[in-house]
Design a protein around this ligand. Structure first.
Ligand SMILES: Cc1cc2nc3c(=O)[nH]c(=O)nc-3n(C[C@H](O)[C@H](O)[C@H](O)COP(=O)(O)OP(=O)(O)OC[C@H]3O[C@@H](n4cnc5c(N)ncnc54)[C@H](O)[C@@H]3O)c2cc1C
Length: 498
């Protein structure tokens, strides 16, 4: 990130070239604003769009910017799975659940590092949020899914098994309400007045990711407030290694390329505090045999509790398959080589979506085998040990208890016995940043006096300490919408300045 700086940290640059007169006064305030809106939101993911819709519903004029050419950030490429205790699919299946149990699960997985007031809000608003996503934003959630670390099956999935199933209806809703969007516009600096209130931002319009000198400098005035919904920094190798040097270039990321975190750093530059930046989540379900997120996460996560995860070198299980992400990723990183997950045709056909299976087989990351012998040969697993391990697992399935690793075995789980068998290799990728800006339950960003920075809000992955040490799968979508809505509502209520 290189910027042309002058007194007060402001820019002299126009279109990347020096202009004759400085565009800012010595304190960094622009001499002229290029555009203005009541509320300016950075980011077009779940958090930014939820904030936009709510701020607009509260009567504010809203402008949403995004540095990329296309909208949606990580949200549009996500799996569309959202934790929602007490939902209609659980009721149909007779599953008992509550906000209290979700909160317990989030705190336990988070090693109690999550700020409990933020977790409580997420959990308590979960029912309301599912209703809002369907009735206000226009999304459809069609099935119930399980994710490791949750006590029960409680997450719902969008009709197209993708975050696009929520992002696109939200985007359409926001546009229909008159929210303005400005793509290829990168926020570089937050502008504050003498009282320390955030009054706008310096951006580059026409920015071409990742060229820091592309586009033209412009100043956007926020009459009421700014909401940062700019996501995490999984793709910023240098920043993530500052906080966790172990996560080096050996590890790819599942994230969209723009997850680079400079908006969080821009907030820190005006005095915002960050928290838990070294808790960076590795996804234990990605495959080295395909790029990005791919198909295997949806294959693996549907199969945990219905099949075995095995170290190919020993032929043995090595971890609780239904354990949380950190437990599983750490175990794989300790082995230091990819592992395999597999099950039989009965479990796979019941659990895995046909298009996940078809696409995974097409790209070669999911493989089909007629016999266990073939499977063992393909992954060079000692056959006798593997057969013994499968027999042991099938015994656990009969008894509904895994005395080796305490893996959850579901009522529908059947023994791994019926050919063909399906398998995939697994190796972790950088997936989620639990750290971010310190915020209170009104989504206001806090400074080093432990006070809210006037007119600055944060939501989504850019907000720290919601998930603590480990984010449970499907809880980001929930947190994004919960705090996006709160941030938007509160931003719209700020008294306008000037
Ligand atoms: C492949 C994948 C699958 C996932 N599946 C799930 C799931 O099923 N359930 C779940 O709960 N979670 C899931 N997650 C996590 C979840 O999707 C993300 O944490 C969430 O989408 C983050 O939303 P957000 O609104 O905070 O940020 P994002 O959706 O990432 O949006 C941030 C936006 O801000 C923009 N931006 C960043 N910096 C600037 C700047 N300086 N100026 C202007 N714009 C900027 C970015 O370009 C981006 O468009 C998944 C994540 C990935 C990567």
């Amino acid at each position: 990130m290189t910027r042309k700086l002058c007194r007060g940290g402001s820019s002299w640059a126009l279109g990347g070239r020096r202009s004759s007169a400085p565009r800012t006064d010595p304190s960094g305030l622009p001499r002229k604003w290029d555009e203005a809106s009541d509320v300016i939101i950075v980011g077009t993911g779940f958090a930014g769009l939820a904030a936009a819709i709510e701020a607009r519903r509260a009567g504010a004029e809203v402008l949403v910017i995004d540095k990329m050419r296309t909208h949606g950030g990580n949200s549009i490429i996500n799996g569309g799975e959202m934790a929602a205790p007490g939902n209609r699919y659980q009721k149909e299946a007779g599953i008992q659940d509550s906000a209290e149990l979700l909160m317990k699960d989030m705190l336990k997985a988070g090693a109690y590092l999550n700020h409990p007031d933020l977790v409580r809000i997420c959990a308590e608003k979960s029912t309301e949020v599912l209703d809002w996503c369907e009735s206000v934003a226009g999304a459809k959630f069609v099935k119930l899914v399980f994710h490791g670390g949750h006590s029960v099956k409680r997450s719902v999935q969008t009709d197209n098994a993708s975050g696009a199933g929520l992002v696109n209806p939200m985007m359409a809703k926001a546009k229909s309400m008159g929210v303005k969007f400005m793509m290829t516009t990168k926020m570089e600096r937050l502008v504050t007045n003498r009282e320390g209130r955030v009054v706008g931002m310096e951006v580059r319009k026409g920015y071409k990711f990742p060229d820091d000198q592309s586009g033209k400098v412009a100043f956007l005035k926020a009459r009421r407030a700014v909401v940062l919904a700019s996501g995490g920094f999984s793709q910023n190798l240098e920043l993530r290694q500052i906080h966790d040097p172990r996560i080096d270039a050996r590890f790819d990321s599942t994230n969209h390329p723009g997850a680079t975190g400079e908006a969080t750093l821009a907030a820190c530059k005006i005095g915002a505090m960050d928290v838990q930046m070294d808790w960076i989540q590795m996804g234990p379900w990605t495959s080295p045999d395909e790029k990005g997120f791919g198909q295997v996460p949806q294959f693996c996560e549907r199969l945990v509790g219905y099949g075995l995860m095995v170290d190919p070198k020993t032929g043995k299980r090595f971890i609780q398959e239904t354990g949380n992400r950190k437990v599983r990723a750490d175990a794989m990183m300790a082995l230091n080589h990819p592992v395999i997950i597999f099950s039989d045709s009965v479990n796979v056909n019941r659990q895995v979506l046909p298009h996940t299976l078809a696409k995974g087989m097409e790209n070669g990351a999911i493989k089909k085998f007629d016999t266990i012998e073939d499977l063992a040969k393909a992954y060079q697993v000692p056959l006798d040990v593997l057969k013994a391990e499968i027999a042991k697992w099938n015994g656990f399935v009969e008894k509904r208890t895994d005395s080796d690793f305490n893996c959850k075995i579901f009522p529908e789980t059947t023994p791994v016995a019926v050919a063909p068998f399906y398998a995939s290799r697994l190796w972790p990728r950088v997936h989620y940043c639990m750290g971010g800006l310190v915020a209170n339950k009104d989504a206001q960003v806090k400074n080093f006096d432990l006070k809210p920075i006037p007119s600055l809000y944060v939501a989504g992955e850019a907000m720290g300490a919601v998930h603590g040490a480990v984010r449970l799968g499907t809880c980001s979508m929930l947190g994004c919408v919960v705090f996006g809505r709160i941030a938007g509502q509160n931003a719209a209520q700020q008294k306008p300045w000037g």
